[in-house]
Ligand binder design. Structure first.
Ligand SMILES: Cc1cc2nc3c(=O)[nH]c(=O)nc-3n(C[C@H](O)[C@H](O)[C@H](O)COP(=O)(O)O)c2cc1C
Length: 187
C-alpha cells in the first residue's frame, strides 16, 4: 500500500498514528483565570531539548490546556504511571469550562513548587514548566494548521522518592504509559 495523505488513506483509522507509536503521554495540568485546575492527556508530546530542558505538547484545535497555558504562561506535565491509566483516559473528557477534571477523574491535586498549576498527587513524576513559545505549524500550502504547539522550559522536577533506584529514575516502578501501550494493556 502507498498513499498520499492529501488524497486520504481509505482505512477506518489514520495509520500514521499507529506507525508513529508508542508515544509518551504528556498529562497536562493548568489553571484557568479563576484558578480552577484542569487536566488533559496529550500524546502529541515530547522533550525536544535538554539544554535548556524543553518540552512541547500539541493541541488539535484550541482546547483548555493550550488556552490556559497561553493565558497563564505555565503548565505541568504529569507522568502517567501504570495505576493511573484508567484515570488518565477518564480525564480526556471535554468538561465544561470551570469544571475540574481532577474531581471528575477522581484525582487528588498537590501544590507545585514553582508554578501555580498543581501536579497530580499520585503521578510518579511531574515537570513544572513555563511557556517559552506558542505556534501553529504550517503545512505545504503555507497555511497554519489547526494545531497549537505549546513549548515550555522545565523549571522544576518532582520525583516520588520510591521511583529512584541507585540514583536512577526507575521506569519499571513508574510504569510509564504511552499511547498504544495503553490501548493494548486496557483492552
Ligand atoms: C491517550 C490520549 C491522548 C491524547 N492526545 C491528544 C493530543 O495529542 N492532542 C489533542 O489535541 N488531544 C489529545 N487527546 C484528546 C484530549 O485529551 C481531549 O480533547 C481533552 O478533552 C483535552 O483536554 P483539555 O480541553 O482540558 O485540554 C488525547 C486523548 C487521550 C485519551
Amino acid at each position: 500500500m502507498f498513499y498520499e495523505p492529501k488524497n486520504g488513506h481509505g482505512l477506518p483509522h489514520d495509520p500514521t498514528k499507529a506507525i508513529i507509536a508508542p508515544r509518551p503521554i504528556g498529562w497536562i495540568s493548568t489553571i484557568d483565570e479563576h484558578g480552577t485546575p484542569n487536566i488533559g492527556p496529550y500524546s502529541f508530546f515530547n522533550m525536544l531539548s535538554s539544554r535548556p530542558p524543553l518540552v512541547w505538547f500539541s493541541s488539535e484545535g484550541p482546547k483548555d490546556s493550550a488556552t490556559h497555558a497561553e493565558a497563564t504562561g505555565e503548565f505541568v506535565v504529569n507522568l502517567v504511571g501504570r495505576e493511573l491509566a484508567e484515570k488518565m483516559n477518564k480525564s480526556a473528557v471535554d468538561a465544561p469550562r470551570g469544571v475540574s477534571e481532577f474531581g471528575y477523574a477522581g484525582l487528588a491535586a498537590a501544590p507545585s513548587v514553582i508554578v501555580k498549576p498543581p501536579r497530580i498527587a499520585d503521578a510518579p513524576a511531574a515537570l513544572e514548566c513555563k511557556v517559552t513559545e506558542i505556534m501553529s505549524p504550517r503545512g505545504l500550502d503555507g497555511r497554519p494548521s489547526d494545531s497549537i504547539v505549546v513549548t515550555g522550559e522545565i523549571v522544576g522536577v518532582y520525583i516520588n522518592d520510591a521511583m529512584l533506584k541507585d540514583g536512577m529514575f526507575d521506569i519499571t516502578a513508574a510504569g510509564n504509559v504511552g499511547r498504544l501501550v495503553t490501548w493494548t494493556m486496557l483492552r
